[in-house]
Design a protein around this ligand. Structure first.
Ligand SMILES: [Zn+2]
Ligand SMILES: [Zn+2]
Length: 132
């Protein structure tokens, strides 16, 4: 990778880390980074590369075809199960205790071992549920 593409990637990763709690569309990310030293095509290219490396997860919201991206490559994401709201796109880490309980129960009843890092539970967050 040349120096310029390294810088572009760094800009994107820093932005994505800051927005870990929200899944964002590529268009929104490119728009937010419009004033930065990164081109729109580089945003798309790097998102695809990061997704391939497993650092970025692509998801959809209910009733939408648009792809949303979320960065999960941080230390704090390691070995955590993510909860993803399909209405507002917000993302949370499942409490470790809850995750342990879930993993244990599945292992016991199904003989199934969860890969936590790859697991996303989709549903509605408390706020979206309260809004009906
Ligand atoms: Zn995370
Ligand atoms: Zn929500």
């Amino acid at each position: 990778m040349n120096k310029y593409s390294t810088i572009q990637r760094k800009i994107l990763v820093e932005y994505l880390e800051k927005h870990h709690d929200f899944a964002l569309s590529a268009a929104r990310i490119a728009e937010d980074l419009a004033g930065e030293n990164i081109s729109v095509s580089a945003v798309y290219r790097n998102l695809a590369a990061l997704e391939e490396e497993g650092a970025v997860r692509r998801m959809a919201k209910s009733g939408e075809r648009l792809a949303y991206y979320q960065y999960v490559g941080m230390e704090k994401c390691r070995n955590r199960i993510h909860l993803s709201c399909t209405s507002c796109g917000r993302s949370f880490h499942l409490d470790v205790k809850e995750a342990d309980g879930l993993a244990e129960a599945l292992l016991e009843t199904e003989g199934f071992e969860i890969n936590r890092e790859e697991t996303v539970l989709k549903g509605l967050c408390a706020e979206c549920r309260a809004q009906g």
